[in-house]
Design a protein around this ligand. Structure first.
Ligand code: TXA
Ligand code: MG
Length: 325
């Protein structure tokens, strides 16, 4: 397939309406959008990404007021969170509307719903006028695409079009919150923090470690199947450290990279290194750094642990998974 490089939201919306696959920017990462009511289009999307069919997709809408285009009902807690954080980097897991393809939700009775806060995404969604399923724009298992060039690297020739917009600003995917039970449960940490959610709905909680393990061992239909699959992994081996290691041999330094935040000391010895000026910049540049390590054919990447607050929590989660843990 010949991939079109576009900068028209009308063109993007038309391709989606006609059953095609279009990568477009959101404030978190680029997504690959398809009509969530069109099972043929959704099938093509899973094939293009190489995504396991038991990992459900998030459905995107242009406006929170249109939730009934994807969800069968909006529980009170979900309505409260929607009003507080949407549009924005939050995904609400809600009872599914039958019109959404069962392939999108991997057979679950729930659907993830998100209203992105990005002018291009919203214009495309408005123009498409259908609920749009959009996973992150990367081959399954790879770091998510935060620039259109990264998207092209993974998906040129595999999807219909790529919107050539600027790099995404947040750089880490949305917070996924299960609102189908009595209390909201954070299934995937993201830019909206647990503290922010609890300020609005105090009983919001994280997935417990035990619950995670249960999910991992049961191997059955689970409430957030994405937890089971490899994610965000470059070809290079990833090591998580508190500080740049100093005791490596010259041979190892020559094939290694380092990235971190506010800790310049010791990073110069690496073949490639980047010290970000703030935690937000670290999150925004993390996936692109991992991809650059692969472009330079380096073998190892040493990653400084993100501080455990704000978006650092989400970044730590991505770092752990990038390292295969
Ligand atoms: O920021 C984002 O969320 C980006 C942009 C493009 O919107 N999208 C994204 O999609 O990260 P994806 O497919 O890479 O990740 C979706 C996550 C997976 O972990 C999946 O398991 C979970 O959301 N998910 C989707 N539907 C779900 C559901 N019904 N129940 C539980 N988890 C669900
Ligand atoms: Mg993804």
């Amino acid at each position: 397939m010949l991939t079109e490089y576009i900068d028209s939201t009308e063109r993007a919306a038309k391709i989606i309406r006609e059953g095609g696959l279009v990568a477009f920017p959101t404030e978190t990462v680029f997504g690959i959008g398809v009509d969530a009511t069109n099972s043929d289009a959704v099938t093509k999307l899973f094939a293009a990404k190489g995504r396991p069919s038991n990992n459900p997709l998030i459905v995107h809408l242009d406006d929170g007021g249109n939730w009934a285009r994807a969800a069968a009902e909006l529980p009170q807690i979900a309505s409260t969170l929607l009003n507080a954080f949407c549009p924005g980097p939050l995904t609400l897991v809600l009872p599914k509307l039958p019109a959404i393809s069962d392939l999108v939700t991997a057979g679950l009775t729930t659907v993830g719903l998100r209203v992105p806060d990005h002018p291009i995404a919203r214009e495309i969604l408005r123009g498409a006028a259908v609920p749009v399923a959009a996973p992150s724009a990367n081959r399954s298992g790879r770091p998510s695409g935060t620039t259109w060039q990264a998207v092209a690297e993974d998906l040129d020739g595999r999807i219909d079009a790529i919107f050539t917009a600027d790099a995404t600003s947040i750089g880490i995917e949305s917070t996924v919150v299960d609102c189908s039970g009595s209390d909201p449960v954070v299934l995937r940490p993201g830019a909206i923090t647990l503290e922010q959610l609890q300020r609005i709905v105090p009983q919001t909680r994280e997935l417990r470690t035990g619950e995670m393990q249960q999910i991992a061992v049961s191997g059955q239909q689970v409430s957030s199947p994405g937890i089971l699959h490899p994610h965000y992994q470059p070809i290079a081996e990833v090591f998580i450290m508190d500080l740049p290691p100093k005791d490596l041999s010259a041979e190892v330094f020559a094939v290694s990279a380092f990235c971190g935040v506010e800790c310049s000391d010791g990073s110069d010895a690496f073949a490639m290194s980047k010290v970000f000026g703030s935690l937000e910049e670290y999150a925004a540049g993390f996936y692109e750094f991992l991809r650059e390590v692969d472009r330079q054919s380096l073998e190892k990447v040493f990653v400084q642990t993100a501080p455990n607050d704000g978006i650092g929590k989400a970044l730590r989660d991505r770092q752990r998974r990038a390292a295969g843990g």
